[in-house]
Design a protein around this ligand. Structure first.
Ligand code: PGA
Length: 253
């Protein structure tokens, strides 16, 4: 069965001390308040991964993600971090294809495919992000746009490789804007994504894939979003930087 997942994407935020306080608070709240079967993921910036990982390793609900990974295994790629390096410090998940990386770092579909392969080959689970910009939504081309993103990066994976993938639908117009997709908009896109996945892979794999919603998800709207049939949790930006808000989102299933 597919997992319920709430993943916090810390982006370019927090100093080392702040990151350790945040994760300690989250870990305590999850231990004291979260009863259900939820996978909680935190993704701090690279330099804090190992320390944050140590603070969550005793909590079976909590897992560690990186925000990016190199498509290369090793070599002369200054500033890059490989999948094997991440794995060696205890990283279990890696966010791939976030719209901010597609936009600011020009990551194209083929690069994302290579990153997916590298992560999976090294025993990590990719959280593959997709989502349309506002002009595509306004032009009613959002389904085609997202379908193409899925096809262009995921369809070359084998069924076994795809089994490791979590998908996150993040409409760009909802990221960090305070404007959330309605639960109906989220559900219809998630259903469409699952249907596309069932064409690319076997139906059971598509059925078992967790599809997360991201984009201004907060304690006030999470319950409504997570109650949708094809919404299996959230990828949380801003609200993941506050332990109380993040925990309340986790408790929204
Ligand atoms: P947001 O970001 O929750 O701040 O909108 C979500 C994301 O970019 O993953």
């Amino acid at each position: 069965m597919r997992k319920k997942i709430v993943a916090g994407n810390w982006k370019l935020n927090k100093t080392y001390e702040e990151a350790l306080s945040l994760v300690s608070e989250i870990e305590n709240m999850v231990k004291d308040e979260v009863n259900g079967d939820v996978t909680v993921i935190v993704s701090p910036p690279f330099p804090y991964l190992q320390s944050v990982g140590k603070l969550v390793q005793g909590n079976s609900k909590m897992h560690l993600a990186a925000q990016n990974v190199s498509e290369h295994d090793s070599g002369a790629y200054t500033g890059e971090v490989s999948a094997a390096m991440l794995k060696s410090v205890g990283v279990e998940y890696v966010i791939i294809g976030h719209s901010e990386r597609r936009l600011y770092h020009h990551e194209d579909a083929q690069t994302l495919y290579k990153k997916l392969k590298a992560a999976i080959a090294n025993g990590m689970k990719p959280i593959f992000c997709c989502g349309e910009p506002l002009e595509e939504r306004d032009a009613e081309r959002h389904f085609e746009y997202v379908g193409k993103q899925l096809h262009d990066s995921l369809s070359y994976l084998s069924n076994e490789e795809f089994d490791q993938v979590v998908v996150a639908y993040e409409p760009i117009w909802a990221i960090g804007t305070g404007r959330t997709a309605s639960s109906q908009q989220a559900q219809e896109m998630h259903e469409y994504i699952r249907e596309q996945l069932s064409r690319m892979f076997d139906a059971a794999a598509a059925h078992n894939t967790s599809i997360l919603y991201g984009g201004s998800c907060n304690p006030g709207n999470a319950q409504e979003l997570f109650s949708q049939a094809d919404v299996d949790g959230g990828l949380i930006g801003g609200a993941s930087l506050k332990s109380r808000d993040f925990t309340d989102i986790i408790k929204s299933f």
